[in-house]
Ligand binder design. Structure first.
Ligand code: NDP
Length: 448
């Protein structure tokens, strides 16, 4: 019997060696493959077929120049990325991120996570991610449009309904998807709705896609609490971020009876003990594109703490919805000490490895992003389904589908963790479910 743990360690060392400096990618790989030791023991043929090594190597990586002109007529140059990681289960699928921190290591960590997340949903979609180091903050609509047009001028030749279907992520919402789709349609002379998801419902987008990631996180949280004989009712919650995922996580948590008392952006934290007022938050963020510090001008009983750590606000439930590694070991200890009993990740990889260990050792119900935030991509797959059948479903019907999908994701992760002797370990459950679903077709397809 080969030493499986040593094999995994060797694979990890190779990944680090072959992808120097890509720290987030290394972190994402380590977290997944370390939990696969029991799978390789049970299914030795995955090792013979070198499935893990193949999954860690993207099928294709595209890096390109994105030149555009700002409002002053100056030429600006950004870098664009699309990493098409794995297409064993279907066309590549995953969002685009526009943020100054974007580089290959971030795109690869997100693309790698996306493979397993998409598999966990049970939908026929592969994993990819893309984006640019372009910063949309403070840019006019015209500048964002010219950037998106230039970005798509290269990207269009690599994507398509049966090839690769991008969507939004940080810095890419309905406005950007509109500019990207407009340019795709113009370049290809084809109205291929299912080439991008996250479209406006006025031209082919699915109802509930905007809400889906945040709603899905709240549904997953509810499932985790129910599995422990609890519910969200009356629970005090803290949600980091104030973007798309955060806003709709807050909305559904409120509907399910929880009270969100804090949210944030990269400048500071709003603490509103009476509960975050969602109408104000939506008006500021979605309509006026302002910063959350302005919230306290409208709600005098709320507090704004510039540069503060949101995880210091006492809560029963924490929902990180901003960005990777926003919750470290110290923050996790503080949450646990303040009585936090459940964590559901809206963001991708927001809790670092030390933080995850603190939660698991303290018996906190911890739902990793791969499972908890999979509602967004699931609803994107529902959008593709509607586009393919030239159909448009109602809000209620689509939300019911989303709820069923989240319930099923929870069930499969929960039962798999039990089957592998780690009850309540959703990290292990999600990684094993995702991996085995991708590994099976990879074996079937032969060495490709
Ligand atoms: P948005 O751009 O709509 O919002 C991002 C929010 O996070 C903003 O409040 C932003 O604050 C904050 N934020 C971003 N970077 C940082 C940082 N370095 N430090 C502190 N705060 C930061 O993005 P989304 O809501 O779409 O995405 C949030 C997270 O959810 C990401 O991790 C994304 O990958 C993940 N996700 C998104 C999905 C989707 O459907 N949109 C699907 C699944 C996961 P500021 O304005 O100050 O930058």
């Amino acid at each position: 019997m080969p030493n499986v743990a040593a094999q995994i360690e060797r694979i990890y060392r190779d990944v680090v060696h072959r992808n120097p400096g890509e720290l987030e990618f290394h972190q994402a790989v380590k977290e997944v493959i370390e939990s696969l030791v029991p799978v390789l023991r049970k299914h030795p043929h995955y090792a013979e077929h070198r499935i893990i090594e193949r999954i860690c190597e993207p099928e294709r990586q595209i890096i390109f120049r994105v030149p555009w002109q700002d409002d002053a007529g100056q030429v600006q140059i950004n870098r664009g990325f699309r990493v098409q990681f794995n297409s064993a289960l279907g066309p590549y699928k995953g969002g685009l991120r526009f943020h100054p921190s974007v580089y290959l290591g971030i795109v690869k960590f997100l693309g790698f996570e996306q493979i397993f997340k998409n598999a966990v949903t049970g939908m026929p979609i592969g994993g990819a991610k893309g984006g640019s180091d372009f910063d949309p903050k403070g840019r006019s609509d015209g500048e964002v449009m010219r950037f998106c047009q230039s970005f798509m001028t290269e990207l269009h030749r690599h994507i398509g309904e049966y090839t690769d279907v991008p969507a939004g992520d940080i810095g890419v919402g309905a406005r950007e998807i509109g500019y990207l789709f407009g340019q795709y349609k113009r370049l290809t002379n084809r109205y291929e709705s299912a080439t991008l998801t996250g479209k406006s419902p006025t031209w082919g987008g699915a109802l509930v896609r905007r809400e889906a990631t945040g709603y899905g996180v709240a549904f997953f949280l509810d499932e985790m609490l129910q599995a422990r004989g609890e519910s969200l009712d009356g629970k005090t919650c803290v949600v980091s971020g104030s973007g798309n995922v955060a806003v709709y996580a807050i909305e559904k948590i409120h509907e399910l009876g929880g009270k969100v008392v804090a949210c944030s952006d990269s400048d500071g934290v709003i603490h509103h003990k009476a509960g975050i007022d969602l109408d104000t938050l939506k008006q500021l963020k979605e309509v006026e594109r302002r910063r959350i510090k302005d919230y306290v001008d409208i709600h005098r009983d709320a507090e704004y703490h510039p540069g503060a750590c949101i995880w210091h606000v006492p809560c029963d439930v924490a929902v990180p919805c901003a960005t990777q590694n926003e919750l470290d070991g110290e923050a996790a200890k503080r949450l646990v000490a303040n009585g936090c009993r459940a964590v559901a990740e809206g963001a991708n990889m927001p809790t670092n490895p030390e933080g995850i260990k603190v939660f698991q050792d303290a018996g906190v119900a911890y739902g990793p992003g791969k499972a908890a935030n999979a509602g967004g991509v699931s609803t994107s797959a529902l959008e593709m389904q509607q586009n393919a059948s030239r159909d448009a479903w109602s809000f209620d019907f689509t939300e019911r589908r989303l709820r069923e999908i989240m319930k099923e994701i929870h069930r499969s992760c929960y039962e798999t963790a039990e089957e592998y002797g780690s009850p309540g370990n959703y990290v292990l459950g999600a990684n094993i479910v995702g991996f085995t679903r991708v590994a099976e077709p990879m074996v079937a397809f032969g060495v490709i």
